[in-house]
Write a protein that binds this ligand. Structure first.
Ligand SMILES: [Zn+2]
Length: 304
């Protein structure tokens, strides 16, 4: 295994962690699509008891969060593990296990009496997590809600009994996500957006068709609300005196249509992790569209 460091997250990791978490969970069958926002919400609420990153020579390789949970509405010193995210380049190499083990040691050192997790019993069993009848969490399959007591007097019959609830940050509605993330195809460039996406449109102009290969779907957002990670890989094509188009120098993903004199930029909708929370509103430059397709989605069409 190549060089890997597990350490507490710092402020400089926040944007990169959101991008990593968004990327790892995007399209995952059990994903709520809200994992990055949950971590952000926990952080904002001061409820991120322990947050660790794994870092290697290519950047952030993983992230794990621990937060307090309640049992029957009372805080009794138990923590919840998750979300846990490992970059695709480092999966199945022990990075997740290293994050879990170090995180458990740290919440325990902070005085926690136990920890719960939602996940695969085969994976978490190695850390001592077990199904504990009586300690329940509504929703997921019961054999995937696991608990680990840190205190010997809690063992067996002494385990707390009741219904576990996670912090309110876990209840965020996918439609209400304030921060969204995305990346290029190869992942060297990631971005977060902390303001609403506006004017989602599909542009049929010749320039956009040439660059995208078909139609360019994008949405606008205030430049001050955009954070880019991996910016050294971002290359700009000066398309005109006032507009530049940004793409990844490695995989070629086209990410930004950037008007230099405006305080907003336009970001490729296809680069966002799902759910994006937006719908296309209109077609633009329809008068310039290609001759090989029809438009039949009923959205408004603008000649320019
Ligand atoms: Zn790339």
């Amino acid at each position: 295994m190549t060089w890997l460091q597990i350490r507490a997250e710092t402020e400089a990791d926040h944007a990169g962690a959101a991008i990593l978490i968004g990327r790892v969970f995007a399209g995952h069958p059990h994903s709520s699509g809200t994992e990055a926002s949950i971590v952000q919400g926990l952080r904002a609420a001061g409820a991120l008891a322990v947050a660790l990153v794994a870092e290697d020579d290519a950047g952030l390789a993983g992230h794990v969060a621990y937060s307090p949970v309640t049992v029957d509405g009372r805080y009794i010193g138990w923590a919840g593990l998750g979300p846990l995210a490992v970059h695709p380049r480092r999966q199945n190499q022990g990075v997740g296990a290293a994050l879990v083990a170090e995180g458990l040691a740290r919440v325990r050192a902070r005085g926690a009496r136990g920890c719960v997790v939602m996940g695969d019993p085969a994976y978490y069993g190695r850390f001592g997590f077990r199904v504990q009848p009586g300690l329940v969490y509504p929703g997921p399959p019961p054999d995937h809600f696991l608990a680990l007591s840190f205190t010997s007097d809690d063992a067996q019959d002494g385990l707390p009994k009741g219904t576990v609830a996670y912090h309110a940050a876990f209840s965020i509605d996918a439609a209400a996500i304030a921060q969204r993330s995305g990346s290029c195809l190869c992942g060297r460039i990631g971005f977060t957006v902390s303001a609403p996406l506006q004017s989602a449109s599909a542009c049929h102009c010749r320039q956009c068709r040439k660059q995208s290969g078909h139609v360019y779907a994008s949405a606008n957002v205030a430049k001050s609300a955009v954070t880019v990670v991996g910016a050294p890989h971002l290359r700009w094509h000066q398309a005109s005196a006032k507009v530049r188009r940004g793409f990844c120098d490695t995989c070629g993903s086209w990410l930004f249509w950037d008007p230099l004199e405006r305080d907003w930029t336009s970001i490729s909708l296809g680069a966002f992790d799902t759910p994006t929370g937006v719908r296309l509103e209109r077609h633009i430059f329809v008068s310039d569209r290609g001759d090989y397709y029809d438009l039949a989605d009923g959205l408004p069409r603008h000649p320019q």
